[in-house]
Every structure is written in structure tokens, then in C-alpha cells.
Design a protein around this ligand. Sequence first.
Ligand code: DOR
Ligand code: ZN
Length: 351
Amino acid sequence: MKVVNSLTIKRPDDWHLHLRDGAAIASVVRHSAERFGGALIMPNLKPPITTVDQAFEYRRRILMALPEGSQFVPYMTLYLTDNTTPEEIKLAAQNSFVIAAKLYPAGATTNSDGGVTDIKKMGHVFDAMVRWGLPLCVHGEVTDPSVDIFDREAVFVERVLSPIVRDHSDLKIVLEHVTTKEGVDFVCNCDPNVAATITAHHLLMNRNALFEGGLRPHNYCLPVAKREEHRQALIEAAISGNPKFFLGTDSAPHAKGAKEAACGCAGCYTAHAGIELYAEAFDKANALDMLEGFASFYGADFYGLPRNTDTITLVRQPRQITDLHPFGDSSLVPYRAGGSVAWTLEGLGDH
Ligand code: DOR
Ligand code: ZN
């Protein structure tokens, strides 16, 4: 097989990104803006973004933090709570800058305390989302402490997602950061209105990476990485050309000290190599030709947004990853810190 040393694709978008708030935004958003045309911004701030007004203000802060001249588009999400009203959904759907609502089961992950405590009470909100055409992004894990952490996604699919799809068959749903074969199979078997994002880190590591020679807090994220057979299922889905599967990095910055702690936060920071890590995973699977659809087309198509028209070029050339990146008034440890990524974005400036 011919070795490809350079790959030019339409500029990708990131359909799942955490940018945090305040001074932290500027330190991380530049990494995304160098690579991606736009990104779907997660609303799990402290306090969360629960109204269209808050989303508008948050978007303004992101735009202000962008590098001079950047055309990066932040697409905003609303954080669903027990108190979200159908009126707020309607308002969100009528504003072009909010393009989805995010369901965090209360307690499932970082800043999800204000999330939804009982999905059964959300029927009127889901009905409004169907009526006004607002997609639902889902953190797919049950919070039941009696369920093994490695089973929480599969159990969520069976107990929670399946009934939502059954009862709201026209609702557009994205199973965010899918990590299991069960999740992939479920999405494949649904109608085209049900899709999933896949992160680069879940394509590149299985759960052994959490314990390689000792505890590895920087590989800890939620949903936690699963067994190798699940990683294989994710690779197959990503390279399949099935438009239900598209790129969402879930790049989730946390200060070094918050990760390297007795009770460390969940999240891998990958924005500094946001497309390069995917190129590496697709290359290892001999499927570089499938990267463009996954990274640059299917997500925009799902959300009914325009595909980017400009291009990026990736070259087969390892790039060293620094130990630390600035993060507001502290610093963070990026994914692969001290190591390297096998592909480099052409024209990449100072990193
Ligand atoms: O690992 C994660 N980090 N998973 C999430 O769902 C949230 C995210 C964060 O906000 O840090
Ligand atoms: Zn996330």
C-alpha cells in the first residue's frame, strides 16, 4: 500500500469542546481555532449555562478571547436542568447561535450537579425540542453507584437512551463521546436522527492506559476508557464512513493540580493536537482516506450547518508535545505531554 505523507482535507469542526471561562478561555481556544472552523461548546460551567441569555454572554466572552482575525465559530449549547422550560427551548431554537441542548445526568461528571435528576420528567422538554428542532446532546452514563463504572454507558443505553429514542422518535440525539461497542451498535441500529461523537483519546487508548506503570491521572476522563474490544469498535465506527459518527474531541482542560490530586478531575486536554491525534488513529487503521468525512462533513451535515470550504494540510512528521501549557493563572498537562504525536499540522506556529 502506498504510504501517504501528506493529507489535505476540508477544515474540520469539533462537535464537543470544553473552553471553561474567564482567563482560561484564551489559553485554550487558540488551539482549537488553529485547527477547527467551529466547535460545539459545552455548557458545564460553574454555574452552568442554562439560559439563552447566558449562552449569548458566554459566546461573547469566547469571541473576545479568540486570536486576532480568527474566524472560529463557537456554536453554543444549553445545559438542561429539572427546571428547563419549553419556552427556553423555543427561544434557543429561534436563536441561530444556540444549536443544541446538553443532558447531563446529575452527578455523572464534571460540574453536572445541576443536571437532570429524573429523565422521566423531561418528556415535555424533549417534546419541545422535537417541535422546535433543537438537537439533544447526551452524556450517556447512569449515575447509580451500584453499577460498575465500566458498565455505566452500556446500562445508560439500555435503561435511559433506548426509552428516550422509543418515546421521541423524531428527536435528534447525539450520544456524546461514545466509548462502548453497545453504544456503537445502538446508534447504528437507530434511524439517521441518532448519531454519536467519538473522541481521539478513546480511539487511541484503552483502559490499560490508566494504569501504565502506575496511576495516570491525565488519562482519566469520563466516560472512562474501556477494554480493547470496545476501542476496536470505536475505530471501526469512526473509519466506516457511516455519517452517524463524527468528530468531537471532548478536550477538557483542568489545572495540573486538579488532575494530580487525591481525588483528580476527569478530562483529557487534546485541543493542542485536536486533529493530529485523529490522523494518527486513522493512519494506524489504514483509513486516512476516511478522515475527511468523519472530521469535516458528517457533523456539520447532522446539525444542518455549512461545511467549511477552506482546507488544512497534515504531514507525517512527529511533533513533540510540551510538558505544560498555560491555563489562565495556572497550567495544564496536555495529552501526550513529554511525548509526541505522529502527524503535524502544516503552518503551525509557536505551540
Ligand atoms: O472527562 C470529562 N471531562 N468528561 C466529561 O463529561 C466532562 C469533562 C469536563 O468538563 O471536564
Ligand atoms: Zn465533554
